[in-house]
Design a protein around this ligand. Structure first.
Ligand code: 13P
Ligand code: SF4
Length: 444
């Protein structure tokens, strides 16, 4: 059952359960008139004033029944043929995913676009930083379209270039810039894929690198081979969980609050630091708790708990498996015996896994229905609007990363692609870190 149907049933009192806000049942179009991320998990986060807003789209899309929108999307796609590729992130609603040529995680999708060389337009049903990454990796003549410009990412928005530049100036003033006896510079910047293109470019310019949730450990190893410490942004949880799993003490991971001098730390704390963690988080993954895991274990003895590393450390520690969206999907796909899985990630993905693998019992750890607010912004009405415009030769909602930013951001992305996990004793070279992220094992 799609999230929209679930929300409708709960809102009308026809199904048991709760949603995090009754506004989820309001028409999508209403969300774009309110300043904020909209209803869902990040609705209480502060939206930067510079965030793009989506204008009102024509009534013919706002008033069209769902069946008509689906027909119009299919017709436009058939007319455009190979000239367009539609990408759908795992967290998108089913009504959008059904039109996607590829379904996958953010980096798989950015690469999937490259497998369609005839595509003049890449319609990215995901969030803003994903469309930017696709634009960086795509050919110059390929146009990248985000169907709703307000589909940002509240976590990515928690680190902006000015605050990161200011933090960098403070840290380099404290640490200096001279390498140690092993040639390691004082600090290396590492940005999570979930960040604006100008932050990826910042890393490219300053000897840094990008990571995804599937290769964060390899990327941190890469960084520690070249630097004494790391400044990790924007997600504190991915940074902390990854560094802790590598054996780094949490005492040596101070948090950098961009609103405070020294990030809220003393010089001594910063000098002791191995990983300085930016004060960012994902409001979807912050909802998962150890109590929910304990309840799942009580109610479903033998349950396998899988969570995303954007969850808080205590949740990751209490889970059986922690890993990226791709790892979550692969773990479920690999289970040969009927298994009960409690999953701590976005609800659209969990519900889709439950539908795809009926031999297993699969449920979301969070009993409250609360999708990612920004992924939720994309609705078939927007998809029909941008696709029909393409048929007329018009490109709407184009995401363009300036050339200078692209050059530096590509440096940081290419470092990630070249980073290799350290082989274990007696093991063959396991290949580049980004192997899982560069596969095209997305559903056609
Ligand atoms: P992926 O990089 O696995 O697609 O995850 C993106 C995301 O937004 C997780 O919250
Ligand atoms: Fe951003 Fe979290 Fe939504 Fe992912 S789930 S797009 S990190 S707000």
């Amino acid at each position: 059952m799609s999230i929209a149907t679930t929300i409708e049933l709960i809102s009308n009192g026809r199904a048991a359960g709760t949603t995090c806000t009754p506004d989820l049942a309001a028409p999508t179009w209403d969300f774009d008139s309110v300043p904020g991320y909209g209803p869902g998990s990040s609705m209480s986060d502060v939206i930067p004033t510079s965030s793009p807003r989506q204008g009102v789209i024509p009534d013919e899309y706002r008033n069209a029944p769902d069946d008509e929108l689906h027909e119009r999307i299919e017709r436009a796609k058939a007319t455009l043929g190979d000239r367009v590729v539609v990408l759908g992130h795992f967290y998108q609603r089913d009504e959008v995913v059904r039109h996607a040529d590829f379904l996958g995680d953010s980096f798989q999708l950015a690469n999937a676009a490259l497998t369609k060389p005839d595509a003049e337009a890449i319609v990215f049903c995901g969030v803003h930083f994903m469309a930017e990454t696709a634009d960086i990796l795509a050919r110059d003549d390929q146009r990248v379209i985000l169907p709703n410009l307000a589909a940002g990412c509240s976590m990515a928005d928690m680190a902006d270039i000015d605050s990161v530049e200011a933090a960098w100036a403070e840290l380099t003033a404290l640490y200096g810039t001279e390498p140690d006896a092993d040639g390691r510079v004082p600090v290396i910047p590492v940005t999570y894929m979930n960040s604006a293109a100008d932050l990826k470019a910042f890393c490219g310019r300053n000897g840094g690198i990008v990571c995804t949730s599937s290769n964060a450990a390899t990327v941190l190893e890469w960084a520690f081979e070249r630097g004494q410490r790391v400044l990790f942004f924007p997600d504190q949880h991915l940074g902390r969980n990854t560094a802790k799993a590598m054996g780094i003490s949490t005492d040596r991971m101070p948090m950098w609050n961009p609103r405070l001098a020294g990030g809220g730390n003393t010089a001594a704390e910063l000098l002791e630091a191995q990983v300085v963690l930016w004060h960012g988080f994902c409001s979807v993954h912050r909802r998962f708790t150890v109590d929910q895991i304990e309840q799942a274990r009580r109610e479903h003895p033998g349950v396998t708990v899988i969570v995303h590393p954007e969850c808080p450390m205590a949740v990751v520690d209490a889970a059986d498996v922690a890993g990226s969206t791709d790892l979550i999907r692969k773990t479920v796909a690999a289970a040969t015996e009927p298994t009960t899985f409690a999953i701590g990630t976005e609800i659209n993905m969990v519900n889709r896994l439950a539908a795809e693998y009926p031999q297993h019992t699969i449920f979301c750890l969070d009993p409250v229905v609360c999708p990612c607010s920004t992924m939720y912004r994309i609705h078939p009405g927007y998809l029909a609007w941008v696709l029909e415009a393409l048929v007329r030769g018009e490109v709407l909602n184009e995401i363009v990363v300036p050339a200078a930013v692209q050059v530096d951001a590509k440096v940081a992305l290419e470092r990630m692609l070249a980073a290799r996990p350290r082989p274990l004793a007696g093991q063959r070279d396991p290949g580049p870190a980004a192997t899982t992220a560069t596969t095209t094992d997305v559903r056609a």
